[in-house]
Write a protein that binds this ligand. Structure first.
Ligand SMILES: Cc1ncc(COP(=O)(O)O)c(C=O)c1O
Length: 363
């Protein structure tokens, strides 16, 4: 069979383990799911009420333009709805941006370790991806990024806060990177973990709006709002023409009716989201300190996960933890195979993780 060679050669996406598989491997029912950065608090009751309410008509096609959702986002963010594109999760929009912007051999800059799709989707379009490495103290290498961006790639994909490592760009660093962007480069700032950041980290959208570069800011309902299973994300574009072309690159009915209703309901209950984020940030500090007490070098985190060097093959440690019913994510990118990423879960699950790591360390 003659496949598209770019697609046939794609590296696999390192997705979290399915709970049924984890149950059968560990022989336990009480699985601690600490691999996929989901919200252990669930979602707002307003979302569940919206999903149960009569206007939801599964037999009708959903609004392909997501007009009501984009209007609600426009009001919240003070941006024109015609600069917003909704996606079947923000990963859908990483694909749409790649399709909209990239032709074979176009260049893309991202980081390593990276969120897999920032590399996979450009590669699917035949692009050439340059990855700028992390610093020794597990941070962004701003000087190296500045240089790579100044070389004029077609697209820059950066997540801040950064998956899988955790830190966020501070305002001065973000402004330095923006200043390095040349005409013809699209700067994509993926803020999937935006809501978890501390106050010192800038709102990337606010900073980018005062610049004159072409940009896309990506955000999602999957993390802080707890809607990972419904799949809703959005792109805020620097101008309506960019949004039009990104929207043209997506499939027409990409966000289903339940997802649109749920996202609108979630936006109507920001208090639930903020309370959940506050709790998870507290847990993040507690578990980070616990990991450091066990002797791990833990990256600073502005997200709902922690990333650390476990001092040996992280896949072996992940499989030992799995025997105890704990799913974590062993990083597999070359050079980072000793790194583990753990989601901040419910306090009991977090305690199980720390307890298990302490036991393993004593063996
Ligand atoms: C940096 C980053 N971007 C995008 C996504 C995709 O999120 P979703 O498609 O659920 O909106 C994720 C998910 O883990 C992520 O970590």
């Amino acid at each position: 069979m003659a496949f598209n060679p770019n697609v046939a050669a794609l590296p696999p996406y390192n997705a979290g383990m399915n709970i049924a598989v984890a149950r059968s491997i560990s022989g336990r029912d009480d699985i601690a799911r600490l691999a996929s950065n989901e919200n252990p608090d669930g979602c707002s009751p307003a979302v569940l009420a919206a999903l149960a309410s009569p206007p939801l008509e599964p037999w009708r096609y959903a609004d392909p333009a997501c007009a009501a959702l984009r209007a609600a986002l426009g009001r919240k963010l003070s941006v024109e709805p015609d600069t917003i594109v909704a996606g079947n999760g923000s990963e859908d929009l990483i694909a749409a941006v790649s399709r909209a912007m990239l032709v074979p051999a176009a260049s893309v800059v991202t980081v390593v370790p990276s969120f897999g799709l920032h590399e996979i989707e450009p590669l699917a379009q035949g692009a050439v991806v340059t990855k700028v490495a992390i610093t020794d103290d597990l941070g962004f290498d701003i000087a190296a990024l500045e240089q790579a961006i100044a070389a004029g790639p077609r697209v820059v994909f950066l997540s801040s806060p950064w998956n899988p490592v955790g830190p966020a760009l501070d305002r001065a660093s973000l402004e330095r990177l923006i200043a390095a962007v040349r005409p013809g480069t699209l700067f994509v700032l993926d803020e999937a973990y935006f809501e978890f950041r501390d106050d010192f980290c800038p709102d990337g959208l606010e900073v980018l709006r005062t610049s004159d570069i072409a940009f896309v800011v990506l955000r999602t309902f999957s993390k802080a709002y707890g809607l990972a299973g419904l799949r809703v994300g959005y792109a805020i574009c620097s101008d309506a023409e960019l949004a039009r072309v990104v929207a043209a690159a997506k499939t027409p009915f990409n966000v289903n009716a339940a997802a649109q209703a749920a996202a609108i309901a979630a936006l109507g209950d920001e208090a639930w989201m903020q309370a959940s984020v506050a709790r998870l940030r507290g847990e993040r500090a507690r578990i980070g300190a616990g990991l450091e007490e066990l002797g791990f070098q833990v990256a600073s985190s502005q997200t709902n996960f922690l990333f650390f060097d476990c001092g040996g093959d992280s896949a072996a440690l992940a499989s030992t933890l799995l025997q105890e019913g704990i799913i974590v994510k062993a990083w597999r990118e070359k050079g980072y195979e000793n790194c583990l990423r753990v989601t901040i879960g419910a306090p009991t699950d977090n305690d199980r993780l720390i307890g298990a790591l302490a036991r393993i360390a004593r063996q």
